[in-house]
Design a protein around this ligand. Sequence first.
Ligand code: XIL
Length: 394
Amino acid sequence: MLEFPVVDRRFKRGLSYLAVFMVLGGFAGASGPPVSPYMANEYSFAKEFADSFLVGVALNEEHTNGQDNRINSLVEKHFNASTAENVMKWEVMQPAEARFDFRASDKFVSYSKNKGLSITGHTLVWHQQTPDWVFVGPDGKPASRQLLLSRMELHIKTVMGRYKGIINSWDVVNEALDEDGALRDSKWRRIIGDDYIAKAFEFATAADPDAELYYNDYNLFKRTKRNGAVRLIRSLLEEGIRVKGIGMQAHYALDYPNDVNEIAASIKAFSSLGLAVAITELDVSVLSFPEGEEAGADIGINLSLSEKLNPYSRGLPANVRKRFEKRYLELFEVFIENHEAISRVTFWGVHDGYSWRNNWPMRGRTDYPLVFDRKGKPKPLLKKLIWLKNKKRR
Ligand code: XIL
């Protein structure tokens, strides 16, 4: 009998159904129902979830240069969508005024295209990983509204224009909200005004009318931030601005958020606006968040290593692995239950060795936040997630 150590009674009940199914002809060959694909050695995570949502992965240059065959086959086999983890951010795309650099993004796009992945461009307007010159005028003072708008327009037009018809979806604006749901006091907002978000979506619509345009942010499970996002996007929609959906970043931990129902509540709230919801940057840290720091995904937090907060550098104890699996199963239960609202679930990194969580919020830790281990091998969790999906979507 297969062992599912962390699963609860409902799973065990499911397993007995499975046994009956197998006996009744699951493995009987051509005449019986098809072999349960999740029982086979060869399976594709993305294909298993094809009836529910796309399964994506964030890729960096070290992957899209195509030199690591293990990574190539892992991406090919288990994913059907990709997001640029870093190479499409402003600092890479346009490091100096009007000097665009497409080398890394072209590689990312052709790599993804060759593998048949649905591609997400990340991200056009953000307060991070954007060079200082963007916000400064010729006199060294803050740029004027007009100047910053024209830079925004040129950037969006050039970057989206290059991949028109190839990149399916874009994170147009990233992290415009504060934790209390008000607009973040970013340079974009300070210089242009509250309508900078509307403008970004308008420029994006003009650049590629067929692309799916998303607003993306972290901590959107929080009631205050959820309400802020609803207010923001509702007002855009009322102005006739085209917004396809909301991206929930999903940088989570074993007990963050405390209650996964909060995630479900946000998915429902966004979907009732007529929007698609994408889980855009999924990872589950097993490490403690340093006290006094606000959990979330503010990449501005950059603490130096404390060995006390890095307890698993030599491996993950079984009890923590169980909590990790339980957490992922809880999350996927929410995603599967809300699959009609969800367009895509994207993991933020190919495997544990590549996760940014090893370096955020603290540099140099050993974290285990993804579903593939440091060797690129699927964790046993992967099959449990598939099993859960098949059980719930029968
Ligand atoms: C992170 C990348 O994963 C890191 O490699 C980089 O150093 C900083 O940015 N929210 C986002 C992502 O929208 O772009 C961030 O990605 C993580 C938080």
